[in-house]
Design a protein around this ligand. Structure first.
Ligand code: ATP
Ligand code: MG
Length: 797
């Protein structure tokens, strides 16, 4: 195993039920040396599911200072091939697992297996059956119904020996006879109803050639292979649980010396892909992918080619853990592990995937400055810098410029300033377009005082973008991989073939990307982070110094961690809701005239999720509102659940750019108000978002109270007047003037002598009543904080 593994060993792999069994076996003295094996059939390339089995078996051998064998279970000549043997060896070694001299082939045991079969016949435990495959199936019965014995079941030992020998000698056609164990045709476990041990198959084997025309069946061969090799613990996946009885029967009946124990664990399944070798082979053979190592496949060779380091696969398998319950692991967990592994290791460089030319008009022509740039800016103690050339002509990514940006877009736009990573601040002065109106160039000016990213006057643009020098950067092809299937469980539809769900955008090839010149010396093998883009490395097959080709290993965005955080948040929310409900129930018992929160007419969260599923623009907004605008999940969810509302919000923040304040006002004041007014959709209302933004500004600047802001909104809906006019005409500004408030308070005190008396007599809870009265008297304009102080003062007098 690689060092990586030993150092990073996590508890997930260390402690599991298999290790518990082994510990017991060591303690009881049943074993003093542990032997495991990884037993692939060489009928295809290994996939990430196999990695689980490989790391489990080799990991246990390493930790218990035992050994792990690599054994090819090559008992079916029709599907197997040396190409697969070689690829499997390469994959296991690449994962850091070392079988040393313990490389075995089931085919090397054919003679021994044959001898044991002869012995079984002699012992009356096996017989040659001459029923057809079809008949054998019929005779076997069903789950509810016992089978019946074959008419050949009671052949004499001599006849069986003779037939079996002639089977081996090639006297019969495929299917004419089989060798069966003589166990019990009524056994509740169907596998025990005289299972097949050998069949005739005239086929050339990739290792034994035409030496054999009878081949052992899996259930007979596998346990004997384990026994011959002294395997102590034979770990396999859950679908073999029913086979265990037969496994043990063969071991006992053949009286082999070693008695391995079979233990089953759950298969690893991943969503958005398929995992069986057979299904993968179909994708390869039908040309849906470019080969077994197409980086979109879940095969180990594909992951290797894509650039995933073996350590990331270890990390992923550790996260998955070993259990006895089958489940589908989210592919985002794999992506998370890759990202997490690369994050601390990959040097950062700059590459522009969709180049847009920038000319810095006030930068001297012909001048180049080489600016220092850290390889590990996130991890300062780590050494390593290179210099990146800065000149008059640069490329930036097209997506980092917007001609009509909303206020919340912090990158480049006309008249806006951004920081170029490691470079200068630049401001866009002019947009150059071609005849079709396509933007082809930006004319910008730079501030020579801002070299390295700091301005002497402390100016600090919100956006920092990456770039490369037009003259010095290198052209590159970039292959951006996405999920191979567009649905999470491509095999789950009984009426449709999984190939119908292939994702047409699983590979996007960008021909004209530009990478910084330091990558010229990339010795192919370094995984880089292209800043703000993701992790990349040179495609080991197609990249060359003359034509750089980069694969995207994984994107930068960490949606998995976010999802996890969100899940926790939702759980917490549920918990709180439950608690709240209980409190409310208790409250209800008291009389309460007040409605809690007025209902909103917005679609329920289920429909918002649905809307986002159907409309990627809404889905993107949910992300953006959380990540870039820093909104609370609840606000982001509500605002992105309906296009008209999202657009309303975005238009409003163009006028007043306090992103969170606007969001929360819309959610907490506007939506309930709309709900009360039976307005079905935001698009039905005819107040301008800009006007509402002004209203929010007035509230945020404390010119009006919260209550009034909502009232003004209602009046805007009714009258179509702008908020300023309404506030002025109706005198709705917040009253903060103490003498004015004192007047109001005195009035309230005079009007409510009974309450005053009770308050003074100790019923302090009446304070709320007085505040309410003052608010009412002021029509909601009194500053509640100040009013409260004055009320308390006056009542204590
Ligand atoms: P597939 O059905 O994907 O072709 P397989 O089980 O036929 O896989 P083998 O070559 O027989 O493949 O498997 C070698 C070992 O790997 C077996 O012990 C098997 O149990 C294990 N294995 C195969 N698939 C998985 C998986 N998805 N998760 C964990 N272990 C697996
Ligand atoms: Mg198989």
């Amino acid at each position: 195993m690689s060092d990586d593994k030993t150092k990073n060993e996590s508890e997930a792999t260390r402690s599991n039920f298999i290790r518990d069994i082994i510990d017991e076996d060591l303690e009881s003295g049943k074993h003093d040396f542990i032997v495991t094996r990884f037993p692939p059939e060489p009928n295809g390339y290994l996939h990430i599911g196999h990695a689980k089995s490989i790391l489990l078996n080799f990991g246990i051998a390493q930790d218990y200072e035992g050994r792990c064998h690599l054994r090819f279970d090559d008992t079916n000549p029709l599907a197997e091939d040396t190409e697969y043997v070689e690829s499997i060896k390469q994959d296991v070694a690449w994962l850091g697992c070392d079988w040393g001299e313990h490389l075995y082939f089931a085919s090397d045991y054919f003679e021994r297996m044959y001898d044991l079969a002869v012995q079984l016949i002699k012992d009356g435990k096996a017989y040659v059956d001459s029923l057809s495959t079809e008949e054998i199936r019929e005779y076997r019965g069903t789950l509810g119904e016992p089978g019946k014995p074959s008419p050949y079941r009671d052949r004499s030992v001599e006849e069986n020996l003779d037939l079996f020998e002639r089977m081996r000698a090639g006297e019969f056609e495929d299917g004419e006879h089989v060798l069966r164990a003589k166990i019990d045709m009524a056994n509740p476990n169907m596998l025990m109803r005289d299972p097949l041990l050998y069949r005739i198959r005239h086929a050339t084997h990739h290792r034994t050639g035409d030496d054999w025309c009878i081949y052992p069946m899996y259930d007979y061969a596998h346990c004997l292979e384990d026994a011959f090799e002294g395997v102590t613990h034979s770990l396999c996946t859950l679908e073999f649980e029913n086979n265990r009885e037969l496994y043990d029967w063969v071991i006992e009946a053949t009286e082999v010396e070693c008695q391995p124990r079979q233990i089953e664990f759950a298969r690893l399944n991943l969503n958005y892909t398929v995992m069986s070798k057979r299904k993968l082979r179909r994708l390869v053979e039908a040309g849906h992918v470019s080969g077994w190592d197409d980086p979109r496949l879940p095969t180990i060779s594909a992951l290797r080619r894509r650039g995933v380091p073996p350590g990331a696969i270890h990390q992923f398998i550790d996260m998955v853990g070993v259990a006895r319950a089958n489940s589908v692991v989210d592919v985002q967990m794999l992506e998370y592990a890759i990202r997490d592994h690369l994050n601390m290791r990959a040097p950062r460089v700059m590459a522009v995937l969709d180049p847009l030319k920038v000319t810095i008009t006030n930068y001297p022509e012909g001048q180049t400055e080489w600016l220092p740039a850290d390889y590990y800016p996130h991890d300062v103690p780590k050494e390593g810098t290179r210099e990146v050339p800065f000149g008059r002509e640069l490329y930036i990514d097209r997506s980092d410029f917007m001609e009509n940006p909303p206020k919340s877009f912090w990158r480049l736009g006309p008249g806006r300033e951004v920081r170029l990573r490691y470079g200068y601040f630049i401001t866009c002065d002019e947009v150059v377009k071609d005849d079709d109106g396509q933007i082809v160039e930006l004319l910008c000016s730079y501030d020579p005082e801002t070299k390295g990213g700091d301005a002497p006057d402390g100016r600090n643009p919100k956006g920092t973008i990456h770039w490369v020098s037009a003259e010095h950067s290198l052209p590159a092809e970039v292959r951006v991989y996405d999920r191979l299937f567009s649905i999470d469980l491509p095999e789950s539809d009984p009426d449709r073939d999984y190939t119908e769900f292939l994702n047409p955008k699983s590979l996007v090839v960008i021909q004209n990307a530009r990478v910084e010149p330091s990558l010229k010396d990339d010795d192919a093998g370094t995984r880089y982070q292209f800043e703000r883009e993701g992790y990349f490395w040179q495609d080991p097959e197609d990249s060359s110094p003359d034509k750089l080709v980069y694969n995207r290993i994984v994107a930068l965005r960490d949606t998995w961690a976010k999802k996890e955080a969100q899940m926790k948040k939702e759980q917490e929310k549920k918990r709180q809701e439950k608690a709240k409900k209980e409190v409310e129930k208790a409250k209800k018992e008291k009389k309460s005239s007040q409605k809690d929160r007025r209902p909103s007419k917005r679609p329920a969260s289920y429909y918002r999720d649905k809307a986002r599923e159907e409309n990627p623009e809404l889905a993107a907004r949910l992300e953006r509102y959380q990540d870039e605008y820093d909104l609370q999940y609840d606000d982001a969810d509500l605002l992105s659940g309906e296009l008209a509302l999202a657009e309303f919000y975005e238009a409003a923040i163009e006028t007043y750019d306090k992103l969170q304040t606007v969001a929360s006002w819309l959610v907490n004041e506007m939506l309930p108000e709309l709900g009360e007014r039976e307005i079905e959709s935001v698009s039905d209302i005819d107040v301008e978002p800009a006007e509402v933004a002004k209203l929010i500004e007035a509230f945020d600047n404390e010119r009006i109270t919260n209550q009034i802001s909502r009232e003004v909104f209602g009046k805007m809906l009714e009258t179509g007047k702008d908020p300023e006019t309404i506030i002025d005409e109706e005198g709705l500004e917040r009253i903060t003037d103490t003498s004015e408030l004192e007047g109001l308070v005195e009035g309230v005190i005079a009007d409510n002598p009974d309450e005053v008396e009770r308050y003074r007599g100790g019923k302090k809870a009446l304070l709320g009543f007085f505040i309410g009265q003052v608010m009412q008297a002021s029509k909601g304009t009194a500053d509640p904080q100040i009013a409260r102080q004055i009320i308390q003062q006056k009542l204590e007098e």
